[in-house]
Structures are given as C-alpha cells and as structure tokens.
Design a protein around this ligand. Structure first.
Ligand code: S5P
Length: 455
C-alpha cells in the first residue's frame, strides 16, 4: 500500500477527522487522530505493517515492542515478518508477586525497537524506554505511524533516540488536500494550530491565565459574549443602565475618567453589581507610556485603577516594559493588548498586529487577549488565526447595522464579528443609546450566542 492510499483509507474510516474537537486539556483542535480501530481493517493493517517493515529494514535491533494498546498488535505482526522476539511493557503495574513489568523473554544488553501509532509529546515512548533501561534493555530507535509534532522529534534526539516516522502531519495534510478531502483553509487552520503549540507539549501549551479562564467560565455560564461599554458621564445614568443590562453581560467596560461625579462610592456600588451579576470589570484605560509612568498611572491618582479593575487595555507600542511596569507585584490582574483598532485610518497594520501577538504570547500570564476589529469576517478570521491558543479576541465597533459615527468609528455587525472569530463583542452606543437598554442588551447577547454556538 502506498502512503497516499494509507492516509486516504485512514480518512475513510474516520481515524483522521477534521472539524472542531475539544481535547482533554480543553483546547479546541481543528483535527483529531484516533488509530485504534485500524486493527479491524485487515487491508489497512497489512498496509501499515508493510510500510513500517520497509522503513526499519536498515535498523539493527534484537527485540521489538509496541506500546499498548494500539501499537501492540502492529508490533506483533512486524515481529513475525522480521523474525524478532516480541516483548512489551504491561500497561497496568503489577500489584503483587515479582515486580515484573516487562512481558516476554529477553536478556540484558539487548536492543529494542519501539513501535507506536502516534507521537505527540513523546512522553509514553520515553516512559517505556525508561522501564526497559531499568531492566538493561537499550533503546535507540523508535518507529511511529504519524508524527504530529516536530518538537517530539527534537526531544527524542536530545536523549539519543532516532525517530522514524511513516508520515508527518504536514505530508498527510498535503495528501488529503491533493485528493480534495480537505480545503486550503483547513490546512492553514491546522498548521496554525500546531505552530501555536510550542515547547514540546503539543496539547499542553495553552496561553491562558487565571483571569482568562474565569472570563471563559462566565461566558459559558451566562451564555453570553457581550461586553458592555458603559460610556456615560454620570453615576445616575451609569447605574440605571447597568441595573437593566447586568444580567446579560460577561464584562463591563468603563472609561472612568469620563465620569463627572466619580467618587469612592462608585467603586463600592460597581463591585456590588459585579458580584451580584457575575461579570468582570474592565477599565479601558489604554495605557501607552514607559513602564515607570504607567505603574503610577495604574496605582495612583484619583482612580487607583489597579484596586478595582480586573482588566485594563494596553498599547504595545512602548514595548513589553509597559507590561512589567503595570503588573509588577500585582496579582489577579491582566490586560488586553490593542492589536487592531476600529477607528478609520488607524496605523495598526498587519506587521504591527503580529508583533502585538508575539508580545502577548511571551507575557501570557499578564495578557488575556487582544482588542481587534475588522470590517468583514474574512478579515477578522485572518487576525484571529494569528492569535495564540487560549487567548481571546474582543471586538469593538459592533452594532446591529454596519455604519460609522462622525469621529472615525467604524461599525460592523454581530454576524461578522462572531463568525469572524471574536470571543466577545464590545458594544457601547448600540445599547446605551437605545430606548430600552435592557432589551437591546438581551438582543445583542442572544444574537451573538446563537452564532457562537454554531461555530
Ligand atoms: O479599537 C477600538 C478599541 C476600543 S477599546 N475601538 C473602540 O471603539 N474601543 C472602545 O469601544 C471605545 O473606546 C468605546 O469605549 C467602545 C466602543 O463604543 P461604541 O459606542 O462605538 O460601541
């Protein structure tokens, strides 16, 4: 069997699937591999055995093992063809008697070839090799069917193992694409996903901090993606609107310096509402100075923002010192970086946004996500695809209808925002200028959630 045919057959039997999968770690993956059922298809099983036998023909080894369960029957067939003794590590540790974790006959000093179906982190291969090592069996070669992470190859190399794979993820994608089984978009989504998984642990790395997690929990709990931007100039209007809208929102965004009658009571009441209705507080301060200055702006002055706001907005333009200045010594606070503004003619181009994402990824304990706007869902999707896994995209400039204001604000619709990948929509005047802000907030919430659920 050729490698092309093998991959197509795996796709036929749904051992390779594409879509939207939630992994054990909670990460959303655009693809999923599960080769367990392959053993029930003799043609596929024989095909892969032939491909592996061909791949390992120049390797010198005394024993062969397969990592239970999936790779064990495969290794058995290979043992037969290559005429090598089969041994394997029991999956459950033996609870009594001699602590013999290796099944089969072997002598110390022998060399064992390990077979596995998929390699992701390399952890199970390393664990197996450790057990062999304790019993005096050497390991230097590992053969796998699908290699879906490149970091694992380097990790194995560092400890002296050669990895022989039948097919790498990128090759499998190319094959499936050339037979029209998947689209270019899917290929680029998957590549983006695997690229964003760094440091060897393909499914472990997630750039999500505690506050991001909390916000995601509230989104799920309240079934809402709505952030209300409550831009009014007095407390009376502020709390009148908040009272009607609080049950529908996941986060309240403030511009505290536009209130004419700010006092400490404002914060007390704001906290009361945030607890009662379970939303987070987001002061849209847009810090943009050197670390030392923002440190004081954040902690001091009339507003003492660091004391009450869960999140703030930050411009990345001064460099990452701004993040260190803001958050040094402060716990349970995070920010959103401005990646692409909604105002007409803003100077944030693609290169700028990419650098912002890099800064956010490198400081993910402080950065929960990004503010990004695009006129269409295609454009927004492009932006979203560059965002590190686990971090959020919040989109301002959203109304029920497209349009502009007379000061450069550009609006696009809830559909474009959510279908383009926004995790939350930030809505201000669309709600607060309506006759009935409570009803309108509910309408935005429901509309966004319906679309979000379908993704
Ligand atoms: O690019 C941006 C970033 C932000 S945070 N464009 C924005 O409009 N915002 C903020 O979102 C803006 O400061 C305002 O508070 C809110 C949008 O309000 P609206 O009334 O235009 O919906």
């Amino acid at each position: 069997m050729t490698r092309d045919l093998f991959i197509l057959k795996l796709h036929d039997i749904e051992a390779i699937k594409f879509g939207n999968f939630t992994l054990k770690s909670g990460l959303k993956s655009p693809f999923y591999f599960d080769l367990r059922d392959m053993i029930s298809y003799p043609e596929i099983l024989n095909g892969i055995v032939d491909l592996i036998v061909e791949r390992i023909k120049d390797i010198d080894f005394d024993y062969i093992t397969g990592i239970p369960y999936t790779a064990l029957p495969i290794a058995t067939l290979i043992a037969d063809i290559t005429d090598k003794p089969l041994i394997y590590v029991r999956k459950e540790e033996k609870a009594y008697g001699t602590k013999n974790n290796i099944i089969g006959k072997f002598s110390k000093g022998g060399k064992c070839l390990i077979i596995d179906d998929l390699i992701t982190t390399g952890e199970s291969i390393i664990e197996t090799a450790e057990i062999f090592k304790k019993e005096g069996i050497k390991v230097s070669d590992v053969a796998v069917i699908i290699e879906r992470s490149y970091d694992a190859r380097n990790k194995l190399k560092e400890i002296g193992f050669n990895l022989h794979s039948i097919i790498q993820l990128d090759e499998a994608l190319e094959i499936l694409k050339s037979y029209n089984r998947i689209s270019n978009q899917q290929v680029s989504d998957i590549k983006k996903f695997t690229r964003s998984m760094t440091e060897g642990n393909i499914f472990g790395k997630n750039f999500e901090n505690k506050l991001t997690k909390k916000l995601k929990e509230i989104i799920a709990l309240k079934q809402s993606n709505l952030v209300l931007s409550l831009d009014v100039d007095n407390q009376n209007d502020f709390f009148k609107i908040l009272d009607k809208t609080a049950e529908h929102i996941v986060m309240l965004k403030t511009h505290i310096d536009t209130l004419n009658d700010f006092d400490d009571k404002f914060i007390t009441l704001l906290h009361y509402y945030s607890k009662k209705y379970n939303f987070l507080i987001f002061e849209d301060r847009k810090f943009a100075d050197i670390g030392n200055t923002v440190k004081n702006q954040y902690r001091q002055g009339v507003f003492k923002i660091s004391e009450w706001a869960d999140f703030v907005t930050v411009h990345a333009i001064p460099g990452e010192g701004i993040l260190h200045g803001l958050f040094k010594g402060i716990e349970n606070r995070a920010c959103f970086l401005l990646a692409k503004m909604s105002s007409k003619g803003n100077l944030m181009n693609e290169t700028y946004s990419r650098k912002v994402f890099e800064m956010g990824e490198n400081n993910s304990e402080l950065v929960s996500g990004y503010i990004g706007h695009a006129e269409s869902k295609t454009e927004l999707r492009k932006l979203k695809n560059k965002i590190p896994n686990g971090q959020l995209l919040l989109m301002p400039g959203v109304k029920l209808q497209k349009g502009n204001d007379d000061a450069g604000q550009q609006y696009t619709t809830v559909e474009e925002a959510i279908e383009g990948g926004a995790d939350c929509i930030i809505v201000g005047r669309g709600i607060i200028e309506s006759e009935n802000p409570g009803e309108t907030a509910k309408e935005y919430k429901q509309k966004a959630w319906e679309l979000y659920k379908k993704l």
